[in-house]
Design a protein around this ligand. Sequence first.
Ligand code: ARG
Length: 247
Amino acid sequence: MKKMLAIALALCLMIPALTAFAADGKLVMGTNAAFPPYEYYDGDKIVGIDAEAAAAIAEKLGLELEIVDMDFSAIINAVASGKVDIGMAGMTVTDERLQSVNFSDSYATGVQVIIVKEDSPIASLDDLYAEGASYKIGVQEATTGDIYCTDDFGEDAVLKYKTGPDAVLALLSGKVDCVIIDNEPAKAFVADNEGLKILETAYAVEEYAIAIALDNVDLLEKINDALNELMEDGTLDAIVAKYISAK
Ligand code: ARG
């Protein structure tokens, strides 16, 4: 009887250890792959800084990386519910998100910038706040750009799109007067489309990190260890340099 109890107890202790992270040798990453240079499609392959950094982390953990592309607005839930092991999507650490997930150490800084048409009357951030201004702002749904703009300028001023490129299309076709989005994707979108520019005044400065389920403390620690090794040995810098040319 005692022996059976001991075995039962041992089994109970083992189960959470086995399911605690990264089932079947895989590290599953949720992302939204319309966000160059962090994650985007090259043919049918998802590449970019996050994709390569995650692959390097997975390798350190002895796991195989699998990337799942989804709406940006779905990532936090997918992480919190265990559908994916990590969320890595140029994702900003916010207090609200910290209610639902843990974040790794930060691996990059992001800046929310303003994209306008070259001939736009909007010359700086101040113009958006000006008395009587009624500009329409395009954002990617559920991003910090969306959250901050909705707070600052109100629901009516903010048009939400599924992806950054969709918001940029709305700018090109005159549906919105500007797009507020992270600086590196903004540069990529402006480079890809004629007649756009980025304003010099930034809107917000943020930290990017990897989201992990609150109860997956074991994985959080492992990810942080791997991430810090990659930051210290220059691997992360090399990945960033590959995708972002030096200014
Ligand atoms: N940094 C912003 C945020 O966390 C935008 C990230 C969008 N990422 C993406 N892969 N589409 O809300």
